[in-house]
Design a protein around this ligand. Structure first.
Ligand code: OSB
Ligand code: MG
Length: 368
């Protein structure tokens, strides 16, 4: 395909409720959407970088700048682009995986739409619907947490993930386990908030039959994850640490984790996400699909990815109304705890022009 124009569109959406994690409070999403126009048609991508560089070093203004100044010019300079050529064309630029993932996704969407192939069938999906969990922020009190969990359980979510940090760990986990019983699938996510000194608090979680403990330590501290893995029965899962299939294989061989959270944005795109899925499968390690509070655009591609065979736990692929009053696409609606895998060409969803227009804060159009 020949790339004709790339539109960098910024939108702002309020979250239905504040989402508090060990790295801060999100009250809205500032989303960078990429719309590409090629000689064969159009495509969309959503950049998962958050407003601030607190979950990862990337942040939305930085992603916008690297796309404008480095990534998009490299693609315009190429005579042809296809999704598989994007990563090699951008290879001299280090890091910035979320920005790279967003443009690769838009080009993949355009290519698949042009060939009338869905993301799901291209990526290798084996399911028509995926099991969904929900990520529950740090609450103001245990009572409020129990209320929030109860409402998600009632809506049908099949797994609850509690955000934890030192001081908000054993008590909330015990309360949720006692209120909802042994059958509730329950896991926790620390977003790197622990270290060698506070690690004993994580050992105290071992008695609650959690599915896994996600990213307790710093993203570059595989060793501490290995030490914890050896001390507890509960599975240790990595999120922030896993930036590629190579890093995934390394972490597994070191015994740092026995489960991996796959987020395409964190690893440079859906093509690398499939390679992470495959290397984990080959090494006997299950994966599940993470989330970054995406709109319907990012969600559609995540749901397609989550339909691959080695996605063996419910994902953070919640319904649109868990995040937004009004999604920019047709909303994803939970049915029996599952979301349907889109079947249309490309990601199978489109932004609704009126909603998109109303939420847009800026548009920058780049031409060859
Ligand atoms: O660590 O998984 C995480 C949201 C933003 C950044 C990091 C994380 C999360 C979530 C929510 O846990 C996932 C979602 O529902 O999209
Ligand atoms: Mg996480």
């Amino acid at each position: 395909m020949k790339l004709k124009t790339v539109e960098l569109r910024r939108i702002a959406l309020p979250l239905v409720r504040p989402f508090r994690t060990s790295f801060g409070v999100q009250t809205r999403r500032d989303v960078l959407l990429i719309h590409v126009v090629t000689d064969e048609g159009e495509g969309w991508g959503e950049c998962v970088a958050l407003t601030d560089p607190f979950y990862s070093s990337e942040y939305v203004e930085g992603a916008h700048a690297i796309l404008r100044d480095y990534l998009i010019p490299r693609l315009f300079a190429a005579p042809e682009v296809t999704a598989t050529s994007v990563a090699p064309l951008l290879g001299d630029v280090l890091g910035h995986r979320m920005a790279k993932a967003a443009i690769e996704t838009a080009i993949l969407d355009a290519e698949l739409r042009a060939h009338d192939i869905s993301f799901a069938s291209y990526l290798g999906a084996v399911r028509t619907e995926v099991e969904c969990g929900v990520s529950v922020g740090i609450a103001a009190s245990i009572d409020q947490l129990l209320e929030e969990v109860a409402s998600y359980v009632k809506e049908g979510y099949l797994r609850i993930k509690l955000k934890i940090e030192p001081g908000w760990d054993v008590e909330p986990v015990r309360a949720v386990r006692e209120s909802f019983g042994p059958d509730l699938r329950l896991q926790v996510d620390a977003n790197s908030a622990y270290d060698a000194a506070t690690s004993v608090q994580l050992e105290a979680l071992d008695e609650f039959s959690l599915l896994l403990i996600e990213q307790p330590f710093a993203e570059d501290d595989l060793h501490q994850h290995t030490v914890l893995s050896q001390r507890i029965r509960t599975a240790v899962c990595l999120d922030e640490s896993i930036t590629s299939a190579r890093v995934a294989a390394d972490a597994i061989r070191r015994g740092a984790c026995s489960v991996i959270n796959v987020k395409a944005g964190r690893m440079g795109g859906y093509l690398e996400a499939v390679r992470v899925h495959d290397v984990c499968d080959a090494l006997g390690i299950p994966v599940w699909c993470g989330g970054m509070l995406e709109t319907g655009i990012g969600r559609a591609a995540n749901v397609a990815l989550a339909a691959l065979p080695n996605f063996r736990y419910p994902g953070d692929t919640s319904a649109s109304d868990r995040y937004y009053e009004e999604d920019i696409t047709e909303p994803f609606v939970l049915r029996d705890g599952k979301l349907p895998v889109p079947t249309g060409p490309g990601m199978g969803v489109q932004p609704r022009p009126d909603v998109l227009q109303a939420l847009t804060t800026s548009v920058e159009t780049i031409q060859s």
